[in-house]
Design a protein around this ligand. Structure first.
Ligand code: PMT
Length: 419
């Protein structure tokens, strides 16, 4: 579980607890989250935007018509899409009421209407305001709609009262936010993921490779870890840092990747083959750098092992998810690969658009399995990865249920018809 690389939009509304939000931003940044702060007009009466700007490293916005931010590509829709989660801390009774009614009369409430990210509220108000039936009903309705409530806590209040309505402390909010990303869908399972390209040496300085950055595979490793799995990541050469709490093995060639996969595969329940493995390698790696002696030069190549197909040959094979990188006829080729590689699922991406697939921040996936299909629309790879992991966990559970029914049925048949 980690908040590293998560985009957290912190909404700050009017309340004395706003001073604690400065510490919250500091802790989020320390946890390697990317933080953007949106303040309401009332919040600025309690704390200045400059404080949050200094701590988050980004300009604070509070106006839905902020021309500078819009020209930065960070208008309300962009912010709503950017966020992996929205936390409003402190959340005033007024903002809670606005969200309940779907008002969009300031930047924060507009973003909340436009986002698909989870929204969490950290209420902070006087105990009577918190106990008021209007606030209680509003919170109950928001919870029913899927918003999260972090707190409030009880104790001494700024106005001198003692009771419920205190904003959770920053460390409590950090923990609650971390738990928000932990779906638990893969708890207790081992997941092996390959990512990045492979490099096939021609001579000591040259190699055959491809444009895979590893982003998709690394995002999957983070999402699987956040879903509760024990994750092993086998990575080709990329410029990314290994995700926290993920066992990362670095390899270079397809043969090395195959050896690493074979070493770990027996104990895995799920294998996701996201690496862009070179299909061919030079027959021999020249010991010396090849000299520019001739007008033409031919390279003799030999087929590399098909790693994912090797895994599906194993007797007690895990649930296997492959990828298909195609430049045309996505569905046709994806289904062919699903079939001849004997995969349980395949995620196909169209790699013609330079903004998608290889070496890009975003992707779009068409996911196929026998008898089913799901489209994961264009989005950041981190978000897509979470959706794909969710789909994989659903299909994995389904396949396991069917297998268990078959095992039970076979056992029953055997007991009724003893040979
Ligand atoms: O790394 P990024 O920049 O984020 O880009 C992500 C990606 C585009 C690389 C990724 O989304 C993706 O599509 N990965 C698979 C790329 C690929 O090699 O596709 P393929 O259609 O050639 O291979 C089909 C499947 O067989 C894949 O699961 C692949 O991992 C596997 N394969 C291929 C060849 C081989 N020798 N061994 C394999 O296991």
């Amino acid at each position: 579980m980690s908040l590293a690389n998560k985009n957290i939009l912190l909404g700050v509304t009017g309340g004395i607890a706003a001073y604690k939000s400065a510490e919250l931003v500091r802790e989020l940044v320390q946890a390697d989250s990317r933080v953007r702060v949106v303040m309401t007009r009332a919040a600025k009466e309690f704390i200045t935007p400059l404080t949050f700007q200094a701590l988050s490293g980004h300009r604070v916005t509070s106006d839905e018509f902020d021309a500078a931010e819009a020209s930065n590509g960070m208008d309300h829709i962009a912010l709503a899409r950017w966020a992996d989660a929205i936390l409003i801390a402190p959340a005033s009774a007024n903002t809670i009421a606005k969200l309940t009614h779907g008002n969009a009369d300031n930047l924060l409430s507009t973003i909340c209407l436009a986002t698909q990210a989870p929204i969490a509220l950290a209420p902070a108000m006087n105990k009577a305001m918190w106990a008021n039936a209007a606030t209680q009903d509003n919170c109950a309705l928001l919870k029913k709609r899927g918003l999260y409530l972090f707190g409030p806590g009880a104790g001494q209040q700024a106005c001198g009262d003692i009771g419920e309505g205190r904003m959770f402390e920053p460390h409590q909010l950090l923990l609650s936010l971390t738990n928000l990303f932990n779906t638990g869908e893969l708890t207790g399972l081992n997941v092996l993921i390959t990512a990045g390209p492979t490099r096939e040496a021609i001579d000591p300085v040259r190699y055959i490779s491809n444009r895979s950055s590893g982003r998709m595979g690394y995002a999957l490793a983070e999402a699987a870890r956040d879903a509760g799995a024990t994750v092993q990541l086998i990575s080709g050469p990329v410029a990314l840092t290994a995700p926290e709490n993920v066992d990362c093995i670095q390899v270079s060639t397809a043969q090395e990747m195959l050896a690493a996969v074979q070493q770990g595969i027996e104990t895995q329940q799920i294998f996701i083959s996201c690496a862009a493995v070179a299909d061919y390698r030079p027959v021999t790696k020249q010991v010396e750098k090849i000299k520019k002696l001739h007008q033409d030069l031919s390279l003799s190549l030999v087929r590399n092992p098909d790693i994912v197909a090797e895994v599906t040959k194993i007797k007690n094979k895990p649930f296997v998810v492959g990828f298909a990188a195609e430049t045309r006829e996505l569905e046709k080729y994806a289904l062919q690969k699903l079939n001849y590689k004997r995969l349980d699922m395949i995620a196909a991406n169209n790699v013609v658009d330079p903004q998608l697939g290889f070496d890009s921040e975003e992707n779009a996936l068409e996911v196929y399995w026998i008898g089913g299909h799901s489209s994961l629309e264009r989005d950041k790879k981190t978000k897509l990865a979470r959706k794909l992991i969710s789909l994989i966990s659903e299909r994995y559970a389904n396949t396991n249920k069917q297998n268990n029914v078959t095992i039970l049925k076979n056992a029953k048949d055997r007991s009724q018809n003893p040979r």
